[in-house]
Write a new protein. Structure first.
Lengths: 265, 267
């Protein structure tokens, strides 16, 4: 069963090559002193230097990370509380309504979300910039957190909560000592997903960003529209490095969490 | 318990009201306003003019092609991945590129497909003249498929992974050819994964605007591009909202067609 034919292996190989080639292509030319993505002249780090010397770009990078962390954190709080609320609903119909409403922003096209948020912010009078981008990112991350936390909550045995109550725990204790530790992996996954959604978002941010404030995606878009700049390649190199580190970190944390779960059982 | 959970729900309910219900209501409201803010249905009339109908049709056609090719390449990949030894690791390697910023990946293709890029250099080796690949339908569809393929592979991989292998053995023992086994057993049992894959590809494909701008160079106008144009360039929010309303309608229809009986979490 596990034996793959040579043709199958070749197919998979091609898929992986096509998936990774563009990324390595970008990184490769980030070291090119030639200034284009066609002829590799000689090795240089000048484009990386350019990234770190460009204060505007650095501010944008910091903003992007700040928005991702903040929106991820706030969305995780709202989403986790929301998921707990949804699960404890007695009324099935109401619960299903909430679940459907929750999914609206997940399936909606980015452009529609961006456009409708733009109308919303203009109507309420929120100035376009950091606040509007942050609020939008929180808004579209909340449902993802809910979806990541819900399965953990529904698989939780309710007698755990009853037992805690019987043993004299207050509601606060139950939440802090029983529910939250149990659903922690879901919360963590939700937070992680929220951050990736925030970092990767272009369309929504593009609509609500206004003048003067920019995230990395929007900045790359305007740079790319102007043509090829190897600074973007240098950014890709950095982004790829950070992504790989985060993936390794995520797996390490997950692995440790699983190992600890195994011990306690 | 009950009262505590009520207070827990408050921020969430506020979120739903402000960012789910209000935006949809506002888009509906704006779709019925003209440029000077008067109440009108002209935008809807406008949408049914040949220009917009043609755009809707092209949008659907491209979205269909993108979804079709994504599925065509994703299914065998997912299938073969479930047959590998360290399948979770391989799946991880499929997912990693999807975490690299979308814009960076798209930007890479500006170089790759460029007139002096590696593809043209490769073509020249065989004696052909370099040609503009960028700003063509091919480049647009290729880049879109490239962007969407991980999101199609994941749900199909998951449903294939859940498939009980003894069903396949049984079919083969009963004399079914591998093609029959695939057609009658494997594909029907993994149709849910295919449906979620189509959902996460078709709806965004209908509303692409970044890739059309960067790769198709304004040659391809999709509904997404039109919304962006109306909102951010022409400043005609009414017309933009009308297109958005139709996009929402198309989205709901797609959801209904690809909907699943059993409610499962999105992967």
């Amino acid at each position: 069963m596990n034996k793959l034919s040579a043709a199958s292996k070749a197919y998979l190989l091609i898929v992986f090559i096509v998936l990774y080639a563009p990324i390595f292509y970008l990184i490769f030319y980030s070291f090119n002193s030639g200034g284009n993505m066609n002829n590799f002249e000689s090795f240089t780090l000048e484009h990386y230097k350019a990234v770190f010397e460009d204060t505007r770009l650095l501010v944008i990078l910091i903003n992007t990370v700040l928005i991702a962390l903040l929106s991820g954190f706030i969305a995780t709080v709202i989403g986790t509380l929301g998921a707990i609320g949804i699960v404890s609903m007695k009324n099935n119909k109401l619960r299903n309504t909430f679940l459907s409403l929750n999914n609206v922003l997940i399936v909606s096209p980015d452009v529609v979300i961006g456009a409708s948020f733009l109308i919303l912010f203009t109507m309420i009078g929120v100035k376009l910039g950091f606040t509007s981008v942050l609020v939008s990112h929180i808004a579209f991350s909340v449902p993802i957190v809910v979806l990541m936390v819900l399965p953990k909550l529904s698989e939780m045995n309710t007698s755990l909560i009853d037992a805690a109550h019987d043993l004299g725990a207050t509601k606060r204790d139950v939440l802090k000592r029983v529910i939250l530790p149990y659903i922690a992996p879901g919360i963590f996954a939700g937070f992680f997903m929220a951050i990736t959604y925030s970092l990767d978002d272009f369309a929504v941010t593009f609509f609500v960003t206004g003048n003067g404030f920019s995230t990395l995606s929007v900045e790359i878009y305007s740079m790319a529209r102007a043509g090829i700049t190897l600074t973007i390649n240098a950014i890709s190199g950095l982004v790829f490095l950070v992504t790989v580190l985060v993936v390794i970190g995520y797996y390490f944390v997950n692995y440790r969490a699983k190992a600890r779960m195994g011990e306690s059982k | 318990m009950q009262s505590k959970n009520r207070t827990a729900l408050i921020p969430y309910v506020v979120w739903i009201a402000l960012f789910v219900i209000a935006p949809i209501a506002l888009v509906l409201y704006y779709s019925m306003l003209d440029l000077s803010g008067n109440f009108t249905l002209a935008n809807y009339q406008n949408f049914f003019s040949p220009v917009y109908l043609k755009m809707t049709f092209t949008s659907f056609w491209y979205a269909f092609l993108i979804t079709f090719f994504t599925l065509l390449f994703a299914y065998p990949t997912a299938y073969l991945l479930t047959r590998t030894k360290h399948k979770q690791l391989w799946l991880m390697l499929i997912i990693i590129p999807s975490w690299i910023n979308l814009l960076l990946k798209t930007y890479a293709f500006i170089g790759i497909f460029g007139l002096y890029g590696p593809i043209n250099a490769f073509i020249e080796v065989f004696g052909f003249n370099p040609q503009q690949i960028l700003f063509t339908d091919f480049s647009f569809i290729f880049v879109s498929v490239y962007i969407f393929i991980p999101f199609m592979i994941i749900p199909i991989f998951n449903s294939l992974d859940k498939l009980n292998p003894s069903l396949i053995f049984a079919a083969r023992d009963l004399g079914a050819s591998s093609w029959t086994t695939f057609r009658r057993i494997v594909f029907p049992l993994t149709i849910d994964g295919v449906k979620s894959g189509i959902q996460v590809t078709f709806i965004p494909a209908l509303s692409l605007f970044m890739i059309t701008r960067l790769i198709a160079g304004n040659q391809v106008i999709t509904l997404g591009t039109a919304i962006e144009q109306q909102f951010l360039v022409s400043q005609n929010w009414g017309m933009g909202s009308t297109i958005a309303v139709f996009l929402i309608v198309f989205m709901v229809l797609t959801m209904l067609v690809t909907g699943q009986k059993k409610k499962g979490g999105r992967v």
